[in-house]
Design a protein around this ligand. Structure first.
Ligand SMILES: Nc1ncnc2c1ncn2[C@@H]1O[C@H](COP(=O)(O)OP(=O)(O)OP(=O)(O)O)[C@@H](O)[C@H]1O
Length: 372
């Protein structure tokens, strides 16, 4: 998804909640409650993620926002108004909805699919198609795909069209139910990053359902962890969930390496860098023979490491991850741990070597922060 030139931001975080659940429960005729006494406030202009194991009431909760499901008890408010007092069809059309299966109409072209809701809202055909073309660009798809049918697109492209369709009426709220879970992990990570980029421009209120805690912590400004029986176990920003899960259920769900993952939220600003000894293919002969030597191209971008005593470029060892100066401690530690030399390569925003970082520095930084 690229620039969203024509879509104006609609809301800013920090004001009154966009959605409120007040003592909301839902029981179906069969058996135990799907949602039990839910109290939750969803921030305006932010991404809120509902996460939890299968059957814990995430989708039911999401659908109570647009009245696809009616609560058995309690009240859902959108923008301060009780949704039960609003006509269901109009309420539904006023919110974008993205599904796992993309839900595109198979016999309509991509452009016609995107234009569906504006057309239902009475926007003239031509105008709706122009808007649909703009939205194709917003979600990073080439204009040529507009004439195709959904079956002629990859899974990732279909999901992008699903997002474009949900954005077509420029709704302040987007409901997304496992939108990226049917695509492979690489495309999924790409779609997550693009949703984040898009959200920076659009500032929609997004409610996103997933059963994947990694996805939740990557994209959520706040994460609601649901437990079996439709109980809200914890509602917090992702860094807090990882650092301080409230009980064993949340700790177990968040996963074993949560300490390491929480480093993603720890800034590496001002992390000290060691000077790097570097050489290019052209200056190898005059480089010192002792120690690991970092090879760069003529522009200063890292190419690989030469072990001590080896000074022919064919002996270069590659594969360590890079740490972009100013990013997270997780990136810094990973660069150090994955580096053949034991020292992580730090690069500046243009990809040139800025220095080296070692794992000890990262751990010292954490220790210093803990001591306050
Ligand atoms: N229409 C329905 N009729 C009866 N029971 C239902 C209905 N929809 C959901 N349920 C039940 O309500 C509970 C919560 O379902 P829900 O789909 O909200 O869970 P979920 O957390 O979204 O699960 P998943 O991750 O598997 O989609 C489940 O026990 C489910 O079987």
């Amino acid at each position: 998804m690229t620039e969203a030139q024509s879509v104006a931001p609609q809301a800013s975080p920090g004001s009154s909640p966009m959605v409120q659940f007040r003592n909301v429960s839902k029981s179906y005729a069969s058996g135990q409650p799907a949602v039990h006494d839910l109290n939750l406030e969803i921030d305006r202009g932010a991404i809120t993620v509902f996460v939890g194991p299968s059957g814990c009431g995430k989708t039911t909760s999401l659908r109570m926002i647009n009245r696809m499901v009616e609560p058995t008890e309690g009240t859902v408010l959108v923008d301060g108004q009780d949704v039960s007092a609003q006509p269901a069809a109009a309420l539904r059309r006023s919110m974008g909805y993205v599904l796992q299966s993309s839900g595109l109409l198979p016999h309509r072209s991509v452009l016609d699919n995107i234009a569906t809701v504006p057309r239902l809202n009475g926007v003239p055909r031509r105008q709706a198609r122009i808007r649909a073309e703009e939205l194709l660009a917003v979600v990073g798809l080439s204009p040529a795909l507009g004439k195709r049918y959904p079956a002629q697109l990859s899974g990732g492209q279909q999901q992008r069209v699903g997002v474009a369709r949900a954005l077509a009426a420029d709704p302040p709220i987007l409901l997304m139910d496992e939108p990226f879970s049917a695509v492979d992990p690489v495309v999924r990570a790409e779609l997550q990053q693009e949703l984040l980029r898009l959200q920076q421009e659009l500032a929609k209120t997004i409610v996103f359902v997933t059963h994947d805690i990694d996805e939740a912590t990557v994209i959520g400004d706040k994460v609601a962890v649901f437990a079996t029986g439709g109980r809200l176990a914890q509602y917090a920003p992702p860094e807090e969930l990882l650092r301080a899960p409230v009980d064993d259920f949340v700790a177990g769900f968040v996963g074993r390496d949560r300490g390491f993952r929480s480093l993603s939220f720890a800034s590496a600003r001002d992390l000290p860098l060691q000077p790097a000894v570097t050489a290019t293919a052209g200056t190898l002969e005059s480089a010192p023979a002792e120690g690991w030597l970092l090879i760069t191209d003529d522009g200063g971008a890292p190419l690989g490491w030469l072990p001590p005593g080896q000074r022919t470029s064919t002996a270069a060892v590659t594969g360590g991850s890079l740490f972009t100066v100013g990013s997270s401690l997780r990136q810094a530690l990973d660069a150090a741990l994955s580096s053949p030399s034991g020292q992580g390569v730090a690069v500046d925003a243009t990809g040139r070597v800025a220095g080296l970082v070692d794992a000890g520095e990262v751990l010292q930084r954490l220790d210093a922060e803990r001591r306050g």
